[in-house]
Write a protein that binds this ligand. Structure first.
Ligand code: LRH
Ligand code: MN
Length: 387
């Protein structure tokens, strides 16, 4: 790709933001509050719109139900439109109801499964009211001890429950199913890996795809290989980008392992899946436990953008020539050359072309927005996971 083509691809890139990243989050040890933290989904959208305002590539915000419950979703969608953003994926929540202690869609009790299915009917109503076309499922279901439940029966119950949810979708809706290898369950997880999610999606139908959360794999997993396999099947629906040093740390994308993010984005570019109509939704799924949330999202968006720019700069012809020749060092050198390229000047130029400040973080800091919300948002309950 020449520079014009690289810039054209970057100009089209969009990254979806998680509403919950703007609320308080933490660990079982502590959830720290922050002055100015949003108290409701309207304020979360206002903060998310700041990220789009300064990066130019974050025009959608994903909601989480019931964390983002409001009386009037039309009003929320109008508020989003006023801010220049739209509502993206609707995330269901199967991990905070007492009834789901031993499972939700996999529970032995049909009444509990029916409740979990009904929650998705509610989420689909939110999709209709906000114009969202994607229902995103992650279920914490699993067991903590061998023998606690029948692993095969749970899969059969899960398949049946997912079928019931899939049947509720409108024809232009998609269902994306996220996997995670452990936590909150510590012996078995019912959707632990890409293969299990893919099998359930294949059983459901064409509009069911897999969500790859970069923090949901066993250490040492070659995530970009999974990206290749899901793209080959046409079943990669979305990413939840974040980074980690140990487990599901939900740190800023590219912060812990920028090289991994580059390798993932290279496989996206190589399979021509960066295009807006590729059907792959690039989303962040993070928690800013100690850093300021809006700057944390700005940094994460620009980290993904940098990884994408480097991936677009890989000299594909030289790489293929070296690969075909079996020239291991030459091939790796071509790949690493792109990774070692400083793309910050290119991205600064792109932002200027887009009418933006070349340095989004500095521009946001200079706006005084953080001080304003800290002064304005007094009283009320700061938003969080409510766990
Ligand atoms: C589960 C998960 C899922 C969301 C939640 C906020 O670990 O990645 O995507 O529902 O985080
Ligand atoms: Mn996730």
């Amino acid at each position: 790709m020449n520079e014009t083509q690289v810039l054209a691809a970057l100009r089209e890139q969009t990254i979806e933001l998680p509403s919950w990243a703007f609320g308080n989050s933490g660990t079982r040890f502590k959830v720290f509050g922050t002055p100015g933290t949003p108290r409701d989904p309207f304020e979360k959208l206002s903060d998310a719109a700041q990220v789009h305002r300064y990066t130019g590539i974050a025009p959608r915000v994903s909601l989480h139900i019931p964390w983002d419950l409001v009386d009037d979703y039309g009003k929320l969608a109008a508020h989003a439109a006023d801010l220049g953003v739209t509502i993206g994926m609707i995330n269901s929540n199967l991990f905070q109801d007492d009834e789901y202690k031993l499972g939700s869609l996999t529970h032995t009790d049909p009444k509990v499964r029916a409740k979990a299915v009904a929650h998705h009917a509610q989420c689909i109503d939110v999709m209709r009211a906000t114009g969202s076309k994607e229902l995103k499922l992650w279920l914490p279901d699993g067991t903590n001890y061998p023998g606690q439940d029948d692993l095969r029966d749970r899969q059969d119950r899960l398949a049946e429950s997912l079928q019931q949810i899939y049947a509720l979708l409108d024809d232009d809706h998609r269902l994306v199913l996220e996997y995670k290898f452990f936590e909150p369950a510590f012996y078995s997880t019912d959707v632990p890996d890409w293969g299990t999610s893919l099998l359930h999606c294949l059983a459901l139908g064409e509009r069911a795809k897999v969500v790859l959360d970069t923090g949901h794999h066993a250490p040492g997993t070659n995530i970009e290989f999974i990206v290749v396999q899901l793209l080959r099947q046409g079943r990669l629906g979305a990413f939840d980008f974040n980074s980690r040093f140990y487990a599901d740390d939900d740190l800023m994308a590219g912060a812990a392992d920028p090289f991994q993010l580059f390798r993932i984005m290279y496989e996206i570019v190589r399979s021509d899946a960066l295009r807006p109509d590729s059907g792959v939704n690039f989303m962040l799924d993070q928690c800013h436990n100690v850093e300021d949330k809006i700057p944390g999202q700005i940094r994460s968006v620009t980290n993904v953008q940098q990884a994408t720019a480097k991936a677009l700069l890989v000299d594909r012809d030289a790489l293929r020539t070296a690969q075909q020749a079996g020239d291991v060092l030459a091939a790796n050198d071509v790949f690493m050359d792109a990774y070692h390229t400083d793309v910050r000047p290119l991205l600064a130029g792109l932002r200027e072309e887009m009418g933006l400040d070349p340095d989004p973080m500095a521009a946001f800091k200079a706006s005084g927005y953080l001080a304003r919300i800290a002064a304005d948002r007094i009283g009320g309950q700061q938003a969080g996971w409510g766990a």
